[in-house]
Design a protein around this ligand. Structure first.
Ligand SMILES: Cc1cc2nc3c(=O)[nH]c(=O)nc-3n(C[C@H](O)[C@H](O)[C@H](O)COP(=O)(O)OP(=O)(O)OC[C@H]3O[C@@H](n4cnc5c(N)ncnc54)[C@H](O)[C@@H]3O)c2cc1C
Length: 341
């Protein structure tokens, strides 16, 4: 369920795209929102504010009047388990995994990648290397020496995610959908144990905590945790906020325009699938298929920079211009420049 607000143009474009693509979507009014989420209050608080702002927590006199609901939408509550499932599936196709080793060098000769050298000195030889280092992607691209021509860069961005219990008497885990609510700058979804997971939609008033690398950053909660919990309490006045802080502190691999890079590079045989910007988890299977097609296209001799690959989505038979995800694209000004992509 995504709240319709003036700031997202009441999702008119999303509604049109969904109808064009035959994606089931429902237009909900206030009474339908409240029937599904009786714990909700629909006062508007836009724009989201910092806690120091005197107007923090004060409604602006307006109300939200509707939402779009996509009944086929879903979420993954256990990304570790789902990653393990994907790894098991890959093993059945012959993939091998080396856990707990660090790539320390991208080996190359004559303008082509030849493999990777590990921190323990071991070498893995390969004609194709793909950078899927997540928030470590910028470091790996630097190692490969491919960043100079890139207009889109990637950087690790620290994020805090809040877990709080549902208000008593409401089955949040069983009844609540995933919600995106830019009126209060939060997204939420159910979490195990009838908990609520509250993430940030990165409103302008919040500071961005960029980190130097993907290993050395503060893993403790800060004031941001409480800010996000209080913002959601604007929508759910009965929300209790415990004194024991629970949740997740981790890093996005944020790209310059918050859209991923799925591309080749200036180094032969070296590819990248990175800049996932907090929003590409469920795209992973199709991103993998698209990368495989891109690698074949380039290794067969095509110049993807000049004539970008047209990739057909296998289930809906629609085509994607893979050049959209180019490392050398113009910054996409239509982006939300947030986790919403
Ligand atoms: C707090 C948070 C919430 C998120 N919520 C959502 C969501 O709701 N929906 C969604 O779709 N996406 C979400 N994401 C984004 C999602 O997690 C990423 O898009 C996804 O994990 C990217 O997968 P990946 O395999 O490309 O990279 P990662 O999962 O980051 O994996 C990269 C791996 O590379 C390893 N690595 C890095 N450098 C080296 C090196 N030098 N040598 C060896 N290994 C190395 C790392 O250790 C890591 O294991 C969220 C991300 C965060 C941080």
């Amino acid at each position: 369920m995504v709240m319709r607000t003036p700031e997202n143009d009441f999702l008119n474009k999303h509604l049109k795209n969904s109808l064009d693509l035959n994606i089931p979507v429902e237009e909900w009014d206030e009474s339908q929102i409240l029937a599904r989420m009786p714990i909700y209050a629909l006062e508007s608080y836009h724009p989201p504010k910092a806690r120091e702002d005197d107007a923090f927590g004060q409604p602006n006199g307006k109300s939200l009047h509707g939402a779009l609901y996509w009944p086929n939408g879903g979420y993954v509550t256990d990304p570790a388990l789902s990653s393990q499932n994907l790894a098991d599936a890959a093993r059945q196709y012959g993939a091998e995994f080396r856990m707990g080793v660090e790539v320390a060098e991208i080996m190359q000769a004559d303008g082509k990648v030849t493999g990777v050298r590990l921190a323990d000195g071991g070498e893995i030889h390969a004609p194709i290397v793909v950078n899927v280092a997540g928030p470590g992607s910028a470091i790996i691209n630097e190692m490969a020496g491919v960043t100079e021509e890139m207009t889109i860069k990637t950087r690790p961005l620290r994020q805090e995610v809040v877990h709080v219990p549902s208000p008593e008497g409401f089955d949040f885990e069983g009844q609540a959908p995933v919600v995106s609510d830019n009126d209060i700058g939060c997204y939420v979804r159910p979490e195990h144990g009838n908990h609520i997971l509250i993430g940030s939609e990165d409103p302008e008033c919040d500071p961005h905590y960029w980190t130097e690398n993907d290993t050395d950053y503060d893993r403790n909660f800060t004031e941001q945790w409480t800010t996000q919990a209080l913002r959601y309490a604007q929508r759910v006045p009965s929300l209790g906020i415990p004194s024991k802080l629970r949740g997740v502190v981790d890093l996005y691999d944020a790209s310059t325009d918050w859209i991923p890079i799925y591309d080749k590079s200036s180094l032969g045989g070296y590819y990248m699938a990175c800049g996932t910007s907090g929003n590409q988890y469920k795209n992973a299977p199709i991103a993998g298929k698209m990368m495989a097609a891109l690698i074949k296209y380039c290794e067969d001799g095509a110049d993807h920079d000049v004539a970008p690959l047209d990739f057909q989505l296998p289930y809906i038979q629609r085509n994607i211009d893979v050049g959209f995800y180019s490392r050398k694209r113009q910054i996409n000004e239509e982006s939300s420049f947030s986790v919403l992509g």
